[in-house]
Design a protein around this ligand. Sequence first.
Ligand SMILES: O=C(O)C1=C[C@@H](OP(=O)(O)O)[C@@H](O)[C@H](O)C1
Ligand SMILES: C=C(OP(=O)(O)O)C(=O)O
Length: 435
Amino acid sequence: MGHTLLTNQRNLTGTIQVPGDKSISHRSLMFGAISEGKTVVDNLLFSEDCLHTLAALRQLGVPIQVDEAHQHVEVTGVGLDGLQATNQPLNMGNSGTSTRLLMGLLVNQPFPLTFVGDGSLSQRPLKRVTDPLQLMGAKFEENEGHLPITMAPSKGLSAITYKLPVASAQVKSAILLAAIQADQPSVLVEKTVTRDHTERMLQRFGGEIKREGLTLTVTPKPHLTGQHITVPGDFSSAAFFLVAGLLVPDSTLVLKNVGLNQTRTGLLKLLKCMGAVIEISERADDSEPTATLTVHQQALHRITVDANDVALAIDEIPLVALLATQATGQTVITGAEELRFKETDRIKTVSEELNKLGAHIAPTKDGMVIEGQTPLKVIGKQNVDSHGDHRIAMMLAVAALITEGQVDLQDAEAVAVSYPTFLTELERLCGGVIA
Ligand SMILES: O=C(O)C1=C[C@@H](OP(=O)(O)O)[C@@H](O)[C@H](O)C1
Ligand SMILES: C=C(OP(=O)(O)O)C(=O)O
């Protein structure tokens, strides 16, 4: 397992183009595969997670042409009834999104399918997806609530009226992808608003979905039409540089073409509450809005974060914790229990690893209590560990930039799950100080 040595910095200055959005990349491959005609995807994210989705679809007989140098992909849609059986398991790697969305997408096939994943993914909860799919008529031959799972050949799917028990875009999307193949319209009620990329893309490919408050009604529409999708830069990847720009003395960073879908940008609202000013320019809107973000180092103050905030910033909460260690006052995060079911238990890994650098973070059942104005400082060199979690690795790399002393980041290569070039980008901005 690789490690990376980082030291504290001043004056992080530069322009960054973060890679394509992970959530939208997964969805464009999946919708392209089950549509009729060609789907062209520009700026697809070539990260480990998205490559697991791509490989699984190819394994099911979907022709996908890849030009990785230009982040360009062409998917020849085979339609929902054109997928081919496979006698090998579909390997989901580390990717919760691939697993949950593909289970919904593939639930109505006339052949069995087995899903497997790595050690971390095999611990993550799947009953939240298999329960509603079973209510729709799906049968599972092997199902302990986590991978490996085998889905039996389908005997047809019934519509569902379902109140989501968790705030999860993956669960919502799995049900929506199954519901387009059901016999009648289905109705889903969200617990709170979560990212709506599936809803937007379904409409773009010719599906019918309506939202009224937290209620979604989706009409069966198994025949969709291929599209040209340009994937915006990933807000969740941009967030690491936004936070670095806010924390590292004398910094100015410009982030180009960042996806600003409001169901993803809860971090911007939280930053505003902390007193930060982020400049937004060059706004554009295809079926997903984008803009350029400019950030300078600034003083911040404490906030409280609740379940509604968490749902709109779910992958950015580790960064909120880091920001809070440097803000004035005590920050309290509640309603974040879902963090315990990510690639690691992020309440545990965030508090344990940042505390190694001098932070005072007390984990709670559903969040964290974070003391502000705690300078990060180590004597000599301190090891911190990503525990194989890409977002923990990147958050700790940003923390290292403001830590006095040397930080040795273990298992740094986990970044490849969502942002393979993250450390190279960081090194470029720092002027080549990463060993
Ligand atoms: O739908 C998606 O693409 C995602 C939804 C979120 O997961 P949950 O739905 O489990 O909260 C998020 O954490 C993940 O990175 C991507
Ligand atoms: C939780 C994440 O992804 P996934 O659920 O797809 O593994 C993430 O990217 O932070």
